[in-house]
Design a binder for this molecule. Sequence first.
Ligand SMILES: NC(=O)c1ccc[n+]([C@@H]2O[C@H](COP(=O)([O-])OP(=O)(O)OC[C@H]3O[C@@H](n4cnc5c(N)ncnc54)[C@H](O)[C@@H]3O)[C@@H](O)[C@H]2O)c1
Length: 357
Amino acid sequence: MTDGIFGRESGHEQVVFCQDRASGLKAIIAIYSTALGPALGGTRFYPYASEDEALADVLALSKGMAYKNALAGLDLGGGKAVIIGDPATVKTEALLRAYGRFVQSLGGRYITACDVGTYVQDMDVVARESRFVTGRSPDDGGAGDSSVLTAFGVFQGLRASASHRWGTTDLNGRRVGVAGVGKVGHILVDHLVEAGAQVVISDVSPAAIERVRAAHPEVEVAPDADALAASPLDVFAPCALGGALNDRTVPVLRAEIVCGAANNQLATPDVEKQLEDRGILYAPDYLVNAGGVIQVSDELHGFDFARAKRKATAIFNTTLDVFALAEAEGVPPATAADRLAERRMSQVGRLRSILTT
Ligand SMILES: NC(=O)c1ccc[n+]([C@@H]2O[C@H](COP(=O)([O-])OP(=O)(O)OC[C@H]3O[C@@H](n4cnc5c(N)ncnc54)[C@H](O)[C@@H]3O)[C@@H](O)[C@H]2O)c1
């Protein structure tokens, strides 16, 4: 059998459909791999048009988490969950707690967290039914807002990219474009300004722009993300939605480095090659934006911000490792990142076959 969930294309360990008619819960939990440990990944609450669409999303997202967690050096596998429905109308205490009971029923094979449509307060509710929950509020022993270390990790990836490309981590005077100054982007701007970079931003939300300008009046504003990408920059940092690197933006991009927080920045796989052909250094998104998962996963050990920050600092060295592997093996950095993650999953994951008790 080579198609569907059991097919070679998928390779997932376990996919669980969860239903509680009374509360209206319809969820799918997908575990891609537990080779390195329990499968950690957030819960996306979204009004999918169909069950098939939800399934396709959770399969792709859970695989992505396995790679992200492996490359972040965590002892965690990869999983993800989706709850089908509009969070604005169907999210209730009963539904979240029903979901929590299904998470608990997996006995720790899957550990959940926030994602699109779920917030720290929701995780506090889920945690009333399950021990296997991260991303809770600080009052509940949680790590709180994961954007803090996500932005810090992206900044580390950016310094590593600068070191690889220019031989120095110094960003003083470098022109950096940040597309999207939401939860992560605005903190990244703080780091960049502190490092002496000249920052240009874009956002569809005037309020988001105003917040940055109030803190840093010297920051320039581009009319939109496309105009920002086409403007003279040293670094382009996509921090809004996915697909920022596409057939429209890459040909006009003037930055030498792309390093940002957004997930799934490459609109299509061939964009990776286009970036390489244009001599643009691309820091793989799931490598540099792992600070958030590093932050929430620290909750599993009793949250300690300083320890989580130290772990997120390692994104600097991993980024250098990925660029070195890319050069050594003659592949683009995104392929090198995948290879490094796969090697860790197989080499370290294999050790579990040595019985220690
Ligand atoms: N928050 C985290 O911890 C975390 C972790 C890993 C990855 N990410 C990824 O980073 C990205 C940003 O996440 P966030 O938490 O800051 O989200 P957010 O919703 O707080 O911020 C996104 C910002 O982008 C703006 N935006 C939307 N479309 C835009 C466009 N076309 N041009 C310019 N700006 C636009 C929005 O107005 C908003 O201010 C997302 O892709 C997310 O998946 C976030």
